[in-house]
Design a protein around this ligand. Structure first.
Ligand code: AMP
Ligand code: MN
Ligand code: MN
Ligand code: MN
Length: 277
């Protein structure tokens, strides 16, 4: 039995519908799941109904793209009211930014002789209003420009590469504020993945706490006992969260429910959440 507070569906760049995601989580022994699509909450109602039908706990969430110190930093909101106006309006603006960025990415790929990528990416985005680099990666794999998504990021889509467009996300404290005003808990997503030197990691934790952030996510693969992130989080009065960041069966770092368990005695963010919301 496990808790997984970070996962994606077809409403962003995951490949399972919200219902499929919930059923897979239930079958893998997850007893509390959060759906946290990038900048999009459209899948929450479907996921909530599916979770009720499967008898597992559900938390409505979102993963907001933001900027901190010229870098992209993701802030997960848990237990949010998706209808709260500042959050809903802010997310709609980010999705607009994503649409504009997609056109720029496509024109950079055009310059490199790779044509039709906008239509291709949009096809992979399907119902998602949050078109992103993963959808371009799937197009590049499908057309055999690259062998896999990782190579697509390494050669074309990653920071500083040919088709990289500096994103115009809101500032990190703004994302935290939208989440707080929507009644949610703000979680700094996967801090281990930003590749920050210790001095900058401390500054990020300090700024996140200062902005009103609640918790720090410990990713799959980290070990609570030995993670320096846990000590740093505690030093800044932040609690802990845990999630797999699942996107696709077989395709992501971890499967649903593979997030590390937070040991007894450490403060967990879900102690403040009301499952079913
Ligand atoms: P975006 O938010 O549109 O800029 O895209 C970021 C998303 O791309 C992340 O949430 C991941 O799902 C995916 N991603 C980032 N880096 C890689 C990588 N090296 N390989 C595969 N997927 C990646
Ligand atoms: Mn993603
Ligand atoms: Mn993320
Ligand atoms: Mn994610």
């Amino acid at each position: 039995m496990s808790i997984d507070l970070h996962a994606h569906s077809t409403y962003s760049d995951g490949v399972l519908t919200p219902s499929e995601l919930v059923r897979r989580a239930a079958s893998r022994g997850v007893r509390l799941l959060a759906l946290t699509d990038h900048d999009e909450t459209g899948g929450l109602d479907e996921a909530r109904s599916a979770a009720a039908a499967c008898g597992i706990g559900f938390v409505g969430g979102v993963e907001i793209s933001s900027t901190w110190s010229d870098r992209t930093v993701h802030v997960v909101g848990l237990g949010i009211d998706a209808q709260a106006a500042p959050l809903a309006d802010g997310l709609a603006r980010i999705r607009g930014t994503r649409a504009a960025r997609a056109e720029q990415i496509a024109s950079r790929l055009d310059t490199a002789g790779i044509h039709g990528s906008l239509d291709g990416a949009l096809r992979h985005a399907g119902a998602s209003g949050a078109i992103g680099r993963s959808h371009f990666a799937r197009f590049l794999v499908e057309r055999r420009y690259v062998r896999n998504a990782n190579e697509a990021f390494r050669l074309y889509l990653g920071a500083g590469r040919l088709a990289y467009v500096s994103p115009a996300w809101p500032a990190m404290p703004q994302a935290v504020e939208w989440i707080k005003r929507a009644g949610g808990c703000a979680v700094l997503a996967h801090p281990d993945r930003y590749r920050l030197p210790p001095r900058l990691l401390r500054a990020l934790f300090a700024d996140f706490a200062q902005a009103g952030g609640d918790a720090v996510e410990i990713s799959a693969g980290e070990r609570f006992g030995s993670s320096p992130l846990v000590r740093l989080a505690r030093a800044h009065g932040l609690t802990l969260s845990s999630g797999s960041d699942f996107h696709a069966p077989g395709g992501s770092v971890a499967d649903l429910g593979d997030a590390p368990a937070i040991p007894e005695g450490l403060p967990a963010v879900w102690q403040r959440l009301r499952p079913g919301t």
